[in-house]
Design a protein around this ligand. Structure first.
Ligand SMILES: Cc1ncc(COP(=O)(O)O)c(C=O)c1O
Length: 391
């Protein structure tokens, strides 16, 4: 009989952290199971269902038996449709061969890190920023270098950061516009400067555009309009409302596609086939009209929630202009945002995400609010927070 031995987990797992919000979420579920009402302002996915034309296309694919593997780079017609999207939306002529369809943009990030970063090479990531990015770097043996960013640069990495922090070991920089958790953007000019700063250093710039469709101020653009030597990541998850279908894509400079294809063949074989057929309907005018209405709904929610939270003492020194997140400076209310998140859940029945989930730069002064609940629920959440704060 084998003895009960401790599991031998590889050392790299020491650098992979869970989401703190999961702990809060487990507690929220327990409270709900005990009959408490909880307003969820922590959820990082749209509350809307997948648009019906996409679901119908997925259903048809299943009914017609289209559930075998596709090429590792994706269904050729979907790659063409994605290239067509860049043409119609941004006037770009993009070779479909540069588009690789992936299992979520998470799959794209994994592929790119693996193909670009050697062990011990550094990758600049924003802090606060999407927490998985640093873990993707660690997973391939690279070293994530958090770049502390503040409202002064819209919580974004700039060319100036590149000049200051790039070393002989740096391989790449990762940015997201709009960003999670801040909803802030990188403007065209700043992106052009960023791309030039990285190019001068012979590095790779990865631009996460997964919230691109969810923009409320200003004009949407793709970094691909500005340069074709950078890597763009996008997804069907957020704007297209397909989180659970696990489908995303990347656009890479031509010379990298063969290596990406080779690795995708090995680790994914293909992205989910029914999801790929379903996604063909995502660019249809009927679907786009549904998505545009939802974008407007998110915008109205932001326009409600932002001033409502400001009136309670939360501050937003850089305006959130996209995605569905508000990254609130709560330093006027507490010096321990984790405690505040915990108290809001226990005492007010409102679930939010503590800054701790997004990095080490002033996390105790921040909370992330997601407006992925309908307006009445958001209003109820605000009322409960106001009561909790004694306002
Ligand atoms: C900035 C950012 N990038 C990537 C992802 C991964 O999303 P998916 O794998 O569903 O495309 C997320 C999810 O929250 C995100 O916020």
């Amino acid at each position: 009989m084998a003895e009960n031995r401790a599991p031998r987990i590889a050392g790299r797992m020491d650098r992979i952290q869970p989401f703190y919000v999961m702990k809060l979420l487990a507690r929220a579920r327990a409270l709900e199971a005990a009959g408490r009402s909880i307003i969820h302002m922590q959820v990082g996915e749209p509350d809307f269902p997948t648009p019906e034309p996409i679901v119908a296309a997925g259903r048809r694919a299943l009914a017609e038996g289209r559930h075998h593997y596709t090429p590792a780079t994706g269904l050729p017609e979907l790659r063409r449709a994605i290239a067509g999207f860049y043409h119609d939306r941004f006037g770009l002529d993009l070779a479909p061969e540069r588009v690789v369809v992936t299992p979520g943009s998470s799959g794209a990030l994994q592929l790119l890190m693996s193909v670009l970063v050697d062990p011990d090479q550094e990758v600049l990531v924003s802090d606060p920023g999407y927490p998985c990015n640093r873990h993707f770097v660690s997973l391939v043996g690279g070293r994530p270098v958090p770049v502390p960013v503040d409202a002064g640069s819209d919580y974004q990495i700039t060319a100036r950061h590149i000049e200051q922090l790039w070393t002989e070991h740096t391989r790449a920089a990762m940015v997201a516009t709009p960003s999670n958790p801040t909803g802030t953007l990188i403007g065209r000019e700043a992106m052009t400067e960023l791309a030039a700063a990285v190019r001068t250093r012979d590095g790779a710039l990865l631009v996460d555009e997964i919230y691109q469709g969810l923009l409320y101020d200003g004009e949407a653009y793709s970094a691909l309009e500005l340069a074709d030597d950078l890597f763009v990541i996008n997804s069907f998850s957020k704007f297209f409302g397909m989180t659970g279908w696990r489908l995303g894509w990347l656009v890479a400079p031509e010379g990298y596609v063969e290596a990406i294809d080779r690795l995708a063949q090995n680790i994914f074989l293909s992205a989910p086939t029914p999801a790929q057929y379903a996604a063909l309907a995502a660019f249809e005018p009927e679907t786009q009209a549904i998505l545009e209405r939802r974008r407007q709904t998110f915008e109205l929610r932001r326009d409600y929630l932002l001033p409502a939270l400001e009136s309670l003492g939360f501050r937003f020194p850089a305006k959130p202009r996209g995605a569905f997140y508000l990254y609130a400076d709560c330093s006027a209310l507490t010096d321990d945002s984790f405690r505040l998140a915990y108290d809001l859940l226990e005492q007010a029945g409102v679930a939010v995400t503590p800054g701790l989930d997004f990095g080490a730069h002033r996390p105790q002064q921040h909370l992330r609010f997601a407006y992925t609940s309908d307006r009445p629920k958001l209003q109820q959440g605000v009322t409960r927070i106001a009561e909790f704060l004694g306002r």
